[in-house]
Ligand binder design. Structure first.
Ligand SMILES: NC(=O)c1ccc[n+]([C@@H]2O[C@H](COP(=O)([O-])OP(=O)(O)OC[C@H]3O[C@@H](n4cnc5c(N)ncnc54)[C@H](OP(=O)(O)O)[C@@H]3O)[C@@H](O)[C@H]2O)c1
Length: 245
């Protein structure tokens, strides 16, 4: 499959790109740092025995570059069937409350500009009869919780948008896959204490690839988070107010 991939330079994105490259998918990588993209291409050659077709710069905080990045991918791949977005930013609630610029960047990258990128990709996929749009949201968007109010609000908006997109366009052949990771051990969570059920990027990537292949609208990763969040969603407001979770 021909894949445009934004965010393959680290973490879960890198793990998923390796699986895709290993099975022969044709990847066009997008990211904000050309040196990291070059390193990722080499990594895919060495660890996955596959390779990316090419790469181009695309910064989630610079939406003016989205169309041209997708144009380059389209031209190099000869048509795009799958778009994957694992790129995203995280900061703790304390850091986000204290720093206005950081708050703007996280809210903009994780909600507004991820949606803008999807909106740029959507007509291109539909023009070719559909395809798959796989985007990483978070379990943090499932229920407002004290430690992730701001990051969670951005991801809640993103999940809501992706669900709506799936409702509207699945009949036209566009399969929207919203990935909702729980805590996964990557650079993003380095320094945080892993909770129970913390996942590993490689295992998460295998589950996500299955979800992409089957066109599942929602994929919790690791899958146990589906049941954890089912319980959390049922907790009364008074309980959520009292506990630190
Ligand atoms: N890890 C978790 O526990 C967890 C839980 C829930 C949801 N998630 C979500 O899952 C996704 C992947 O997370 P991860 O843990 O794999 O993160 P990660 O290891 O920190 O990787 C993040 C990726 O996003 C890219 N990125 C960051 N800012 C960007 C920007 N402005 N423009 C373009 N690319 C940018 C990074 O590129 P560079 O190499 O240039 O930095 C990197 O490739 C994110 O959306 C995250 O919010 C993660």
């Amino acid at each position: 499959m021909n894949v445009v991939f934004l965010g393959a330079t680290r973490g879960m994105g890198r793990a998923l790109a390796r699986l895709m490259a290993a099975r022969g998918d044709r990847l066009f990588l997008l990211g904000r740092d050309l040196t990291e993209l070059e390193r990722t291409v080499r990594d895919l050659e060495i660890t996955a025995g596959g390779s990316a077709i090419a790469f181009a710069r695309c910064d989630l905080l610079e939406p003016g570059g989205f169309e041209s990045a997708l144009d380059q991918a389209d031209a190099a791949l000869g048509g795009v069937g799958t778009v994957v977005i694992t790129a995203g930013l995280f900061a703790t609630q304390e850091a986000l409350e204290a720093d206005r610029q950081l708050r703007a960047d996280v809210l903009t990258a994780d909600f507004t500009n991820t949606v803008q990128f999807c909106e740029a990709a959507r007509p291109r996929l539909l023009a070719r009869g559909g395809g798959t749009l796989c985007v990483f949201s978070s379990v943090a968007g499932e229920r407002a919780r004290k430690p992730v109010i701001l990051y969670g609000a951005a991801k809640a908006g993103l999940s809501h948008y992706l669900e709506g997109l799936d409702h509207k366009y699945r009949a036209e052949g566009l399969r929207v896959v919203c990935v909702k990771p729980g805590f996964v051990k990557t650079g993003m969570t380095a320094g945080l204490t892993p909770p129970p059920f913390a996942g590993e990027p490689d295992a998460v990537a295998r589950g996500v690839l299955r979800a992409i292949d089957r066109g599942r609208p929602v994929a919790f990763a690791p899958p146990i988070w589906r049941w954890v969040m089912l319980v959390i969603r049922c907790l009364p407001r008074a309980v959520m107010r009292r506990i630190g979770f």
